[in-house]
Design a protein around this ligand. Structure first.
Ligand SMILES: NC(=O)c1ccc[n+]([C@@H]2O[C@H](COP(=O)([O-])OP(=O)(O)OC[C@H]3O[C@@H](n4cnc5c(N)ncnc54)[C@H](OP(=O)(O)O)[C@@H]3O)[C@@H](O)[C@H]2O)c1
Length: 299
């Protein structure tokens, strides 16, 4: 019998995974400081990862067969300002989780990020060496290493920037754009940062598929299109019939002279296409999956 533990269910991606798997029999979820989410409250536990030992003991007690580890400090700017905490939550807690999982032979799906790359090249493959340029990326790179070194049956799934509405809590890049448009604020977007934006529906399907999959190792998952942030913002607003005139095209090197935001972290998706049954959506399909059919006219 399998027992699945999802960490970070009070976040953007974790909330979608929790909702998707809510029908499963032996499912457990961990939330952080913001508290529990709807659906199966009796199967939810609080766990503070800033005390990394907590997760070790919790896993040893609960004995899951599969762990999907999403919890972490996911905003680069927050990690930069609180680097000690980011190292504890993103790296030390993952190390403890991996140690406990290895002792009970659990499979671990660790969710990492495109931010492990320096962004000088783009179109990154799984074998390319991670060379982060920010604290967030450094903590993720270190966490990837402990998972792969300690847990035989493990996956490091690097997600590219993931968009869509929250299921319960959490935010996303697309929701930030929509909030600013709704409140009539300017929307400054970088024209010189390239990503492979991934819709939340495809991300959720792929993560759920990997739980019971034979794949082990590093896998890249993004959307099928490499686009800059301005193009993404325009397509999102157009899809929803919203006004895109508030978009200001901005150069990232002006606001980030130290280069802590990688320029091009787009992914090569060859291995994901070979490995997963989950279809990898392009941007138009992804917007439809995440936000429904296109709407016409400016609202
Ligand atoms: N969203 C993306 O575009 C993206 C792209 C690549 C990789 N990822 C990775 O995917 C994972 C999920 O991202 P997300 O966008 O869903 O992030 P999110 O919305 O910020 O959610 C993060 C989750 O981690 C929990 N958490 C944070 N600090 C914690 C602590 N000290 N103790 C316990 N739990 C803690 C949060 O709980 P509370 O909020 O309740 O404290 C929340 O449940 C992260 O590991 C992130 O690095 C995300």
């Amino acid at each position: 019998m399998s027992r699945v533990l999802i960490t970070g269910i009070s976040g953007f991606i974790g909330g979608h995974i929790w909702a998707q798997l809510a029908h499963s029999e032996d499912l457990w979820g961990l939330y952080g400081a913001t508290g529990s989410v709807p659906l199966k409250p009796e199967r939810q536990l609080g766990c503070d990862l800033s005390q990394p030992d907590n997760i070790y003991h919790l896993i040893k007690d609960l004995k899951p067969t599969h762990v999907v580890h999403l919890a972490g400090m996911a905003r680069p700017e927050l990690c930069r300002r609180n680097s000690l905490l980011a190292w504890k939550v993103n790296h030390a807690a993952t190390r403890e989780l991996a140690a406990a999982a290895a002792e009970i032979d659990a499979r671990v799906i660790f969710i990492s990020s495109d931010q492990v790359f320096d962004g000088t090249r783009g179109n990154y493959r799984e074998g390319d060496p991670p060379e982060p340029v920010n604290v967030y990326g450094e903590t993720k790179k270190a966490a990837e290493r402990v998972v792969l070194a300690q847990v035989d049956n493990s996956v490091v799934l690097r997600l590219n920037i993931t968009y869509g509405p929250p299921r319960f809590k959490g935010g996303s890049f697309s929701e930030w754009i929509l909030d600013r448009e709704r409140s009539g604020q300017p929307i400054s977007l970088f024209f010189d940062q390239y990503r492979s934006p991934l819709d939340i529906v495809t991300a959720t399907r792929a993560i759920v598929e990997l739980i019971d999959h034979r794949f082990q190792g590093v896998l890249h998952l993004g959307g099928a299109n490499r686009v800059n942030r301005v193009t993404f913002g325009r397509m999102l607003l157009k899809h929803l019939g919203r006004d895109a005139s508030g978009i200001l095209e901005t150069q990232s090197t002006k606001t980030d002279p130290e280069g802590t935001m990688p320029v091009d972290t787009s992914f090569d998706l060859t291995l994901a296409r070979q490995t997963l049954h989950t279809p990898i959506a392009n941007l138009m399909e992804g917007l439809r999956l995440a936000y429904g059919p296109p709407r016409s006219g400016i609202v």
